[in-house]
Design a protein around this ligand. Sequence first.
Ligand SMILES: [Zn+2]
Length: 305
Amino acid sequence: MKPSPRRRRRSADAVGENDRAAATPAAARRVGRRAVTRVMIGIIAVVGSVATMLASRSAAAAAVSLTNGTIVDLSYAYDETTIFWPTEEGFKLEREHGEVTEKGYYYASNKFCTPEHGGTHIDAPLHFNAAGKSVDALPLEQLIGDAVVVDVSDIVADKPDYQVRVPDLRTWESAHGRIPHHAIVLLRTGFGKRWPDRATYLGTDERGAGGVAKLHFPGLHPDAARWLVSEREINAVGIDTASIDYGQSTMFESHVALFAQGVPAFENLANLDRVPVRGATVIALPMKIRGGSGGPLRIIAVVPR
Ligand SMILES: [Zn+2]
C-alpha cells in the first residue's frame, strides 16, 4: 500500500515512539514484546494478505471469517434497466456469440460498453480531484474495512432532499460506539427499495440536462463528509442512492471534500437493509480501469454468523 499523506504521518510517529522508548533497558524490553506480538499476529494471519490486514486492525474485524460469514451482495447487476445519471447513456451489452459451433461445442461471448459512473460503482478521488488517485491506483487495503451502517431511512421517508449531517453520525455513535478508524461508512436511506424505478429512485425519469435539475434523493452533507474524513479517518463511504451528494446538489461539495483527502465513494449500493449496523466487513473490488475516474464495482459485506 502506498500510504496517503495522513497515514504516512501516523506511521512516522509510530517509529519515533519506538526509538524514544528503546532508550532504556525496560523500554527496550517493552519494544521487544511489541515486536514479538507483531510477529505473532503475522504468523496467525499468514493465510493471506486480506486476513493479515483484518488481524492488524481491530478485534471486531479479526473475528470476521471470510469463509464462515454470510456474504451479502451489495451490487446490482448491469443490464438495460441499470440506472445511470440523466446525461449518460446506459449499459450496453452486444451479443457476439451464443450458439453451438460447427465443431459441436457451445460458445458464448459478448461485448459491453458502459459509462464509468452508473449502476453500483466506485468514484475514485480522480473524479473530482485532478491530483487524486485513479481507480486502478487505489490501494486494496482502502477498499476493505469495518462496515458502519447509518440508517436514516425514517428521516428521509418524507424528506427526499435530506443530507446526512454530523449530528446524525453522532447520534449513531451514542447508540453504537465510535466509528472506528478505517471504517467503511454506509448510508442506508431506504432508496434502494425503489431500484430500478428511475422516477422514484432519482426523483425523475427525464433524460438529459433537464433531468439533472429535477433529481431528488438524499445524500451526505459536505460538513459530515469533512468530519468523517478528518475526525474519523474513514477508508470509504457508500450510499444506496445515485450520488454521495444529494440530488439537488450543484457543486458536489461532498465529492470534492472526500476526494481532496483521497477517500473514495461507492454509489447505488444494493441490499444495505441486510447489513447490520456494525460487525460486518466490506470488501469492494472495482474493475481495474487504468486511469479510470471510477467504474463498475463488485462489493460485498461479510456478516459474522
Ligand atoms: Zn460516481
